[in-house]
Design a protein around this ligand. Structure first.
Ligand code: HSE
Length: 340
C-alpha cells in the first residue's frame, strides 16, 4: 500500500512514529507494510519518493523542522493536487489543519483523491461534519473507501465498533468528545488556572491550532454532527445545533462542584426524535454517580444506546498526536484487510 500524506503537522508526525514502532508487528501479523511515497505540507515542503521514505528520517525531519525536499527525489513547487496526482499512491491520508466553517482545503483534496480512484483516510473533522454523506457517496461511486476513525474520539475505535459490532439502530449517543476541555476542567478542579492548563493542553498537542474551537464547543459540535449524520442517519448542519462551550463557566463553581457531589463536563448528545435526529453541546453539572463524571483528563467517553443492548460505553484517549495517528493506522489496516 502506497501512501501520500497531505499535511504533515502533529498528527502526521504521530502517525509516522506509531507506524515506525509497530510496522514490524503489522507486517508479521497481517502482511501489512505500507510505504509513504509522498508528503506535502505547506510549511514543511514536499517530497516524492516512489520507493518509500525511511520513517526514522521522516520523523527526524519533523523534529528538526527541516524541509522535506531534502528527503527524496523531487517535490518542490508541486501543490497538493499535483502531489496526489503524481505520487501514484493507493491511499491519500489527509491531515491538513481543520477548518470547521468551510472544511477547506481538506474537502477539495478529498474530493479530488476519491474522484481519482484513491482511498482516503482523514482525521480532519471539517469535511466530514460538513460533507460526510457526499464524500461517502463519492467514494462508493469510484469503488474506493473513505475512512475517518480519528475524527471522533481520536484513536479510540468508535466507527469500527459501530460498523462491525452492532446490528441494530442507535437511539442516542451522549458523551465527552473534546479532550482539551475535559483536560481543562479536570485541571481547574484541581486548582490550576485556566491559562496554565490551556498552555499545557497546547503543549501536549490536544488543542486545535486555534483553541477557540475547543473551548467554545465547536470541536465537540463537529464531532456530534458527524455522529448524528453518519451513525444516527440524520441530516444536520453544524450551524443548526445549539452549542455552548466552557468559557462561560465560573472557575470557582467548577472547583466547588465535587464537594457538593457534582462535576462539570462538556457534554455532546445526539438522538432520534419525532422531529428527526437532533443534537446539542453544552456544559452540564453531572452527579458524581454518572459514569461520564468519572472520565478525567484528555479521555473521551461515549455512551451508545440501542435495543436490545441498553447502553454501551466506550472510554479512551480523545486527543493527542500519537493516539490520533493510531486511528489513521487502524483505518489503513482496515483498507488492507478489505473491510468495508
Ligand atoms: N482538539 C481536539 C480535542 C483534538 O481536544 O479533543 C481531537 O479531535
Amino acid at each position: 500500500m502506497r501512501l501520500c500524506l497531505i499535511g504533515y503537522g502533529r498528527v502526521g508526525y504521530g502517525f509516522v512514529r506509531v507506524l515506525h514502532r509497530h510496522g514490524g508487528w503489522l507486517a508479521q501479523r497481517f502482511g501489512f507494510a505500507p510505504r509513504i511515497v509522498a508528503v506535502h505540507d505547506l510549511r514543511r515542503g514536499t517530497v516524492l519518493a516512489p520507493a518509500g521514505l525511511d520513517l526514522a528520517r521522516l520523523a527526524a525531519a519533523w523534529e528538526e523542522n527541516r524541509d522535506l525536499g531534502e528527503l527524496g527525489e523531487r517535490g518542490p513547487g508541486l501543490d497538493a493536487f499535483a502531489v496526489i496526482r503524481e505520487s501514484e499512491a493507493d491511499v491519500v491520508v489527509e491531515l491538513t489543519p481543520t477548518d470547521l466553517r468551510t472544511g477547506e482545503p481538506a474537502a477539495g483534496h478529498i474530493r479530488f483523491a476519491l474522484a481519482s480512484g484513491k482511498h482516503v483516510v482523514t482525521t480532519n473533522k471539517g469535511p466530514v461534519a460538513l460533507f460526510g454523506k457526499e464524500l461517502l457517496a463519492l467514494a462508493r461511486e469510484h469503488g474506493v473507501q473513505f475512512r475517518f476513525e480519528g475524527t471522533v474520539m481520536a484513536g479510540t475505535p468508535l466507527f469500527s465498533l459501530v460498523d462491525f459490532g452492532l446490528a441494530a439502530p442507535i437511539r442516542r449517543v451522549r458523551g465527552i468528545l473534546n479532550g482539551t476541555t475535559n483536560f481543562l476542567l479536570t485541571a481547574m478542579e484541581a486548582g490550576r488556572t485556566y491559562a496554565e492548563a490551556l498552555a499545557e493542553a497546547q503543549r501536549r498537542g490536544y488543542a486545535e491550532a486555534d483553541p477557540t474551537a475547543d473551548v467554545e464547543g465547536h470541536d465537540a459540535l463537529a464531532k456530534i454532527v458527524i455522529l448524528a449524520n453518519l451513525v444516527l442517519e440524520g441530516d444536520l448542519r453544524p450551524s443548526e445545533v445549539p452549542c455552548r462551550g466552557i468559557t462561560g463557566l465560573d472557575p470557582a463553581e467548577v472547583r466547588r462542584a465535587p464537594r457538593e457531589g457534582f462535576r462539570w463536563k462538556l457534554v455532546a448528545e445526539a438522538r432520534r426524535s419525532a422531529d428527526g435526529v437532533v443534537a446539542q453541546v453544552g456544559p452540564e453539572r453531572l452527579p458524581l454517580s454518572d459514569p461520564l463524571a468519572q472520565v478525567g483528563g484528555a479521555l473521551n467517553a461515549l455512551t451508545l444506546e440501542l435495543d436490545p443492548l441498553g447502553a454501551v460505553t466506550l472510554v479512551g484517549p480523545g486527543a493527542g498526536p500519537e493516539v490520533t495517528g493510531h486511528a489513521v493506522l487502524a483505518d489503513l489496516l482496515a483498507i488492507h484487510r478489505g473491510l468495508r
